[in-house]
Write a protein that binds this ligand. Sequence first.
Ligand code: GLP
Length: 228
Amino acid sequence: MKWQSFASYDELSAYAARLFIEAIRDNPRIVLGLPTGRTPIGMYQRVVNECSCRDVATFNLDEYVGISCDHPGSYCTYMQEHLFSHIDINPANVHIPDGTATDLAAECARYEQQIAAAGHLGLTFLGLGQNGHIGFNEPGTPFDSRTRVVELTKSTRLANAALFEGEAVPTHAITMGIGTILDSKRIVLLASGESKREAVERLRSGEVSEEFPASALHGHPDVTVLVA
Ligand code: GLP
C-alpha cells in the first residue's frame, strides 16, 4: 500500500484528478469504479474541464435502495450533478445499481455480470467511511463479498443525512462487494479531514480485520491512499 499525504483537500483533489485524467490518457477505454460522498467532489470538479471520456466505462460503487434516480439524495443524481452532465461520456457506458429494481437480487447479479463483461474494473477510486466502510460494505463484511443488498448502520445513515433534508435516509443500499472492489486492477482511496483521522490511522496500522472493511485493501497489490 502506497501512502501520499497532502497539506490540503485542494491539493489532494488536484492529485487525484491527475491520476484520473492520466489513466484515461493511457487507456481511453478504461473501466472506472467511482465513489460518491463529499470527498471526491474536488476531484470531479477538476476532472470535468479536462476529461476526454467518450469511450470510458464507469461503474458506481453503490446506490440507495428504494429511491429513484431523480431523487435529490440518490447517487445517480450526485453523479449527474458532479460529473456526468459535464463530460462527454457515452451514457450507455455509465452504470449505477438500480435501487428501484423489483428483483434486487437479480439487479445485483446483473451488475456483477456487467462489470465482468466490461473486462473488470481497471481503476477504482474509493472514499472511506468513518467506521472504515468502503462502498457500503459495513464492518463485518466478508472480504470475498460480491454486489448485494446491505442494511446501513445508524452512523452511516446519520453521516449521509444532509442530502435527504430531513427526510429519512434509506435503510438499505446496493453495494459492490469487497471482493468486487479487490478485483480492480488499481485502487486509489481518498480520505480527508478530521472525521476520517481515526479510520486513516487504523488503516495505517496494518491491522487486517473484517471489523474494519478498508483493511481488505492490504491484500491488494496496487493501492494508493491519498490523505489530507
Ligand atoms: C458513503 C458512500 C461511501 C463513501 C462514504 C464517505 O457512505 N457510500 O462510498 O466513501 O460515504 O463519504 P464522505 O466522503 O462524504 O465522507
